[in-house]
Structures are given as structure tokens and as C-alpha cells.
Design a protein. Structure first.
Length: 205
């Protein structure tokens, strides 16, 4: 199939035109109270990072408000237990540029934050993020460079919060089935799926 490739910004702008005033004035270099309300209500953030190997986008979920507003230009996010790949953290150490997309269940509006990040292992800071007496191993400190809301079209089109649009998990391959395939049978996928709920319970924080 032959496709036409857009090769210049001028070609792109000819198709899409210029953004309206509302699309421009919403972007700030600091967190105002209205934007803080979304951050404090959000239990889920997509964290985008960049490194020598390329890009990474990682899901981050925790109790609502887990991303702390230290001041109007600084956010702090605990790095909870995961798979120890540390793709995002490795990128942050080498290239501090980050992008965050905050979701609030039930709301179509999302919040985007771009900035530069670094990692802290200050004992007092780690302790301040402890849940069930378990502290994160590091905290991602984000210096805010731009913040703005994203309109609700994507959420409404996707029916993300609508039960009618939800997919039955049983219709999808399980993580264990995927591992069986990607490891060429070296990993016992059935055992992985069976053990995961208890493993997750013990390592949630």
C-alpha cells in the first residue's frame, strides 16, 4: 500500500492549522491550584522517559495523590516495588527529560506535565513516602517546565470509564501465557499465573 508521508512542519500545519487560544493559554510553567486538584485526585500516571536506547512509557499507580506537590514547580513520585527492570530510572539518570499523563477515574480531563527529573534516596524523604511501613527505594523528583490539561475527547471516544466498554480479561492472554511463549516454554506460565496474586499481595509496597 502506498502512503503519503508528511515530511515538514509546514505540511503538518497546512493540514491541521493553528491551535486556538484556549489550547495555548492553558499551558503554564507552574502548578496552579486548579491543576493541583487533578494531581491530588489521581491514582494513575503514565511516565514517559528517554534514554540512549530509545523511549519508555511506564504505568505508575498508587493511592490517590501519591505524586506529591512539593511546591508549584516541583513534584515528587515514589518508586514502588516492580520488576526491577528500572527502565524509567535508568533513563532518568542519563537523560532527565520526562513527561507525565495523570488520569482521574471518572473524569474525562487528563493532566500533562513535562519537565526534568532526578532521583533521590534521602532517608527522610523515603520514609515520608512509606506505606504499611515500607518505604520506596527511591523518589523521582520532577522539576516542572510545563503543565496543561488535555480535553476529554480521547477518554470519551475510548469509553475508558464505561463498564459497557470494558473487555473481559479472560478473552486476553494471561501474563503467564505470554511468558510461556516469549521464553519458548522455559517459564512455567501456569505456575506464574497461579502464584502471582499472593506474590503481588506480599510485594505491593
Amino acid at each position: 500500500m502506498s502512503m503519503t508521508k508528511i515530511a515538514t512542519v509546514e505540511e503538518l500545519e497546512e493540514i491541521y492549522g493553528k491551535p486556538g487560544e484556549a489550547s495555548l493559554v492553558k499551558e503554564l510553567d507552574r502548578i496552579i491550584p486548579e491543576y493541583a486538584a487533578y494531581i491530588e485526585a489521581s491514582p494513575f500516571v503514565a511516565l514517559a522517559t528517554s534514554g540512549p536506547e530509545g523511549l519508555d512509557c511506564s504505568p505508575r499507580g498508587d493511592l490517590a495523590g501519591f505524586v506529591r506537590i512539593d511546591d508549584e514547580r516541583t513534584l515528587m513520585m515514589p518508586d514502588r516495588r516492580g520488576n526491577n527492570r528500572v527502565d524509567s530510572l535508568r533513563n532518568i539518570v542519563r537523560d532527565g527529560r520526562v513527561g507525565l499523563l495523570f488520569l482521574v477515574p471518572g473524569s474525562g480531563t487528563t493532566l500533562r506535565v513535562n519537565g526534568r527529573a532526578w532521583l533521590s534516596t534521602d532517608p527522610d524523604l523515603l520514609a515520608s513516602f512509606a506505606v504499611e511501613e515500607k518505604a520506596p527505594r527511591s523518589v523521582i523528583v520532577i522539576e516542572v517546565q510545563s503543565v496543561y490539561f488535555q480535553c476529554a475527547r480521547a477518554i470519551h471516544r475510548s469509553r475508558l470509564w464505561s463498564a459497557e466498554g470494558h473487555v473481559d480479561p479472560k478473552s486476553l492472554p494471561t501474563p503467564g501465557q505470554i511468558l510461556t511463549s516469549t521464553s519458548r516454554q522455559r517459564i512455567d506460565g501456569a505456575a506464574y499465573d497461579e502464584e502471582w496474586p499472593e506474590r503481588a499481595r506480599k510485594t505491593m509496597w
